[in-house]
Design a protein. Structure first.
Length: 179
């Protein structure tokens, strides 16, 4: 085996990325404290050709050097929009035909492996604060909650890890639609 060089990876240019068909998924970040986590989410959204990121509450917005450090340029490719509250973001998502799911552990959450997208796959995924998760009020506006199965002693994941797991699972199931 030979490791591929950057030239051999056949990466899209910024213009090619912007013109590419995207997976109809919007990631909503609610009150994320760490700008490094925000940057990591941008990078993951770029990797999976996600439609957009909605930034809500006190989550930091680009441009910020702390975001750029982990985004590695993805703030230039991934569309994003800021909302004062998650409720405002949810209202816009509903108008545009998205089903909305919080990534949270609740009594009636759907385990990620059992989740199936509805509504032609147009889905918004809300990820919450690193300590307190998605706010209870926000959950009440959602169509449901998705939970990532965990089997160890800890029952939480860093938000950037959780975003990667959830986006990969959704993209993996729908990869033939785009490619």
């Amino acid at each position: 085996m030979k490791k591929l060089s950057m030239d051999e990876l056949d990466r899209k240019t910024v213009d090619e990325f912007k013109r590419s068909e995207k997976f109809p998924v919007i990631v909503v970040l609610e009150n994320i404290r760490s700008m490094h986590n925000v940057g990591s989410v941008f990078r993951t959204a770029d990797a999976f050709l996600i439609e957009a990121i909605y930034i809500c509450g006190y989550t930091a917005q680009p441009p910020r050097k702390e975001i750029d450090k982990t985004a590695l340029g993805a703030t230039e490719t991934v569309n994003w929009k800021y909302f004062i509250s998650s409720k405002e973001a949810i209202e816009e998502l509903r108008k545009n035909g998205y089903k909305i799911f919080a990534i949270e552990q609740v009594d009636k959450s759907i385990s990620l492996e059992k989740f199936s997208e509805e509504n032609n796959g147009k889905v918004a995924l809300i990820f919450g604060n690193e300590v307190s998760g998605v706010e209870a009020d926000t959950i009440s506006f959602c169509d449901g909650c998705i939970e990532i199965p965990q089997f160890g002693m800890k029952h939480s994941l860093n938000i950037s890890v959780a975003v990667g797991i959830v986006l990969w699972e959704i993209v993996r199931r729908n990869i033939k639609r785009i490619l």
